[in-house]
Design a protein around this ligand. Structure first.
Ligand code: GDP
Ligand code: MN
Length: 381
């Protein structure tokens, strides 16, 4: 789950990371009220989950209520890289002496956490990585050892931060590490992490991605969900408990098992098609699950053909076939279905499907044949 900046800052604050006082606003009047509370000057910031808001005009300083009105009015409704601004964060403006970059994420290949710190903050880190890779100080942190204060200080020195920022930065970095690990995040990023003229180190932006697999032990995350930006298809799939990822293509995909679903996405691409989604129905592909899966895909207007790819293991072919036949009775489909059924009891399954086959329900013996047929049908419509 990706957090908005304001949520990320609330999250940081719980771990003792210094952020500016502020509040959210969904209207111009609310923005003024929040500005009065935070104290002028303030900064008015678009809450969208995309970087580069500053450059796009989504971050503006305001010295008084009139300026807040002006900027809030301009930023609400603004389209930033396809994200329309519905909410603002208004915080007390900081004086900036220097802007840094700091983050933690998992380096899977190293099996360790990766921290990145740079004295060149405020700009996109990809740009720094491309033009001046030496300006990023990287450290690997063994999850068993954690990040000590000594190590954090060495890291700050390696990144050549201003000596005035040394203690404050090391302090924030150790807290950021705790926030990342204890808070079950996949990514925490502060850009910019600032040094103020008074020598304080402070988070001016927050990018946090929480690990959904840990949601069961974080009931407090529920508060972050209300304003989540979910693709309507994703929302529908989540309600039905399906593993679903929406994509941009025209071939809807249903498979059992994440591995098979990913392979199916690949094969559809390989034969020249474009997948509309990734949908894993898991082990129990019964009628309810099939109906739910078909229903979700059916609601995607871009879908022109549906490819069902099932390899029976514990899931038996006849169960899947029965599920599909029953689901067809419940869901009025807008697109033809191509099915490839193999594995445990596939013969029985195909026999159940046989009387229902038509130009709207086509059976193919292999994954490749099925993908070709589905892509061809999608292209024709
Ligand atoms: P992003 O562009 O989406 O990453 O948004 P940021 O929150 O990082 O803000 C972009 C830039 O706006 C920062 O790099 C700062 O230069 C500037 N900015 C943000 N907040 C303040 C503030 O409180 N005071 C000042 N002077 N500048 C700010
Ligand atoms: Mn930023």
């Amino acid at each position: 789950m990706d957090l908005f900046e304001y949520q990320g800052k609330q999250y940081f604050a719980r771990f003792g990371i210094a952020v500016s006082p502020g509040g959210v606003a969904d209207t111009v009047d609310e923005a003024v009220a929040q500005a009065e509370r935070a104290g002028y000057p303030v900064v008015v910031k678009a809450q969208v989950q995309v970087g580069g808001r500053g450059k796009a005009g989504g971050v503006k300083l305001a010295a008084d209520a009139d300026e807040v009105r002006l900027h809030a009015g301009n930023i609400l409704g603004l389209d930033i890289k396809g994200h329309v601004v519905r909410r603002l964060w208004v915080e007390h403006a900081s004086d900036i002496a220097e802007e840094y970059y700091a983050s933690f994420t998992l380096d899977r290949s190293a099996k360790q956490h990766l921290g990145m710190l740079s004295a060149k903050g405020g700009v996109e880190i990809e740009q720094v990585a491309a033009t001046d890779p030496d300006a990023i100080a990287r450290i690997h942190v063994d999850p068993v050892d954690g990040l000590s204060r000594e190590r954090a200080l060495e890291w700050v020195d390696a990144a050549n931060l201003n000596p005035k920022a040394r203690e404050g930065a090391a302090d924030i970095l150790t807290k950021l590490y705790r926030c990342y690990v204890d808070g079950d995040a996949d990514l925490v990023e502060i850009n910019p992490l600032i040094l103020t003229p008074e020598g304080k180190v402070h988070a001016l932006d927050a990018k946090v991605t929480l690990d959904d697999n840990a949601a069961f032990r974080h009931p407090e995350w529920d508060e972050f969900r209300g304003f989540e930006v979910l693709d309507p298809r994703d929302a529908m799939a989540r309600e039905r408990g399906l593993q679903y990822v929406g994509l941009d293509g025209t071939v809807g995909i249903i498979a059992n098992g994440a591995g098979l679903a990913m392979s199916t996405v690949d094969v559809v691409s390989q034969v020249g098609g474009s997948p509309a989604n990734f949908l894993d129905v898991g082990g129990g592909a019964n009628a309810d699950v099939m109906a739910a899966a078909l229903d979700v895909i059916n609601h995607d207007e871009k879908v022109k053909a549906i490819l069902i790819n099932i390899f029976g293991g514990i899931t038996r072919g006849e169960e899947v076939a029965n599920g599909i036949v029953q689901a067809l009775g419940r869901v009025r489909l807008n697109s033809p279905i191509v099915i490839r059924l193999d594995g445990t009891n596939a013969e029985e399954g195909r026999a159940i499907l046989a009387p229902h086959l038509s130009d709207q329900l086509i059976s193919r013996p292999t994954m490749l044949d099925a993908a070709r047929t589905a892509v061809e049908l999608a292209g024709r419509r």
